[in-house]
Design a protein around this ligand. Sequence first.
Ligand SMILES: Cc1cc2nc3c(=O)[nH]c(=O)nc-3n(C[C@H](O)[C@H](O)[C@H](O)COP(=O)(O)O)c2cc1C
Ligand code: SF4
Length: 481
Amino acid sequence: MSEGKYKPKFPRIAQLKTLEQFREYLNKEGIPLPLPDEPLSGNQTPLSKGHRLRSGKLIGNSFCILPMEGWDGTLAGKPTEHTKRRWGNFARSGAKLLWGCEAVAVRHEGRANPNQLLLNEENLVDFKELYSLLIKEHKDAFGRTDDFFVGLQLTHSGRFSKPNSQDKMEPKILYPHPYLNKKFGLPEDYPVMTDKEIHDLVDDFVKAAILAQKAGFHFVDIKHCHGYLGHEFLSAIQRDGNYGESMENRSRFLKEVVSGIRSEAPGLEIGVRLSIFDWMPFQKSEDGLGVPAMTPPYSFAFGSDNSGTTINLLEPYDFLKVLQKLDIELVCTTAGSPYYNPHIQRPALFPPSDGYLPPEDPLHGVARQIEVTGKIKKAFSEFYVVGSAYSYLQEWLPMVAQEVLLRGMADSIGLGRMVLSYPELPADVLSGKGLNRQKLCRTFSDCTTAPRNGMISGCFPLDPYYKEMDIHEKLKKIKEA
Ligand SMILES: Cc1cc2nc3c(=O)[nH]c(=O)nc-3n(C[C@H](O)[C@H](O)[C@H](O)COP(=O)(O)O)c2cc1C
Ligand code: SF4
């Protein structure tokens, strides 16, 4: 979708110039976003507030960098200069919590693309270097690292695995999905992973966690979001055997991984990034807008009812009780999947090339995630809760973030796309310097369109490093088309 030709039917955030205009628009549209009367800065802002975890570890402020892949590792799963540059940016951002930096596969077959990072014995030295890079860059920029808390996101991409070629999906699925099997060309009788294969995969997660600890990382995230394997367990209600049907069984994978990590890597913290609600898949209608791809009843959306487009938190609450029992403190909320309902996952005015036009003002998508995260925080106050999907707020991000924290609707504000275009936003907000509007992410989605077309990801429109690359021209042509 070319930004030049496309006229969005919702106002751009930059058009809502004053706080009063923004507030009026939210009221008119019935968008429940928390907004303060005035911005706070320096020590006054709750964004500068630190937190000591139950383990005694310190997180120095309330900004978190969310994991974001760059599709730019080597075929062996090692970081490249692009990867190191991005991780360095994260370390210098000013955020004191790095939630995993990017999804890292625990075995080759579970890589989401042939260039996804892979954590194995051969690559341990590279992960040690990545960790040292984070610590050095943060120390050089801010003088201390005792309050800098850094994790690694461990994943198996399940249904969306593409380990060997950008053009060839090699899915590992837990149950046949009535729409996603067809959409990605899988016959109804495509084999599902056996309980034995899942059991073996648990060992690989534990091995990867041991390596993450050896490399220096403070925690690992056992990824349960975005339609990847961990998330698919949560909707495996029609699967037989030890890992399907009841919540007891659907959470068994996590319980086994956690038990392995606790015994083999004691002291390593564990977090869970969770699609706290999901909806049915959406598709492009004739006029380009996103519409539900199926007719209800739909029973495969964890955190929804049978309509497939309404939030129901009963099951997510049950899953969070499992986390409580496992003594997990770190929870990061997100929603849906970038593959089948991107508008609820990463609200954007300009969709990626394989997406659809937003069926609602993207501010609704932001407000939905903030509201649900607030409910989780209220119901489970002992979790340290990181929220997501703030980038679309642009100029209003710091003010909404401030109010979310003041109202106790989250403990930390997670930043995704915004730090691809404007890595030092947290530092600028915390120092009271104010925002550099030229660098604000305007949700052009090039960082998603590029990898969907076999290229590395990055902020092509705004980051000079990517803007000047030859492949930027190729990307522009794809968007024009
Ligand atoms: C290019 C790109 C790569 C991403 N990679 C990951 C990932 O590896 N793991 C993950 O949990 N989320 C990933 N996400 C989702 C983000 O962490 C985040 O949830 C999403 O972008 C919404 O937050 P935002 O509005 O601040 O961008 C990715 C998002 C983008 C744009
Ligand atoms: S390409 Fe840049 S401006 Fe566009 S969504 Fe990604 S980070 Fe934002």
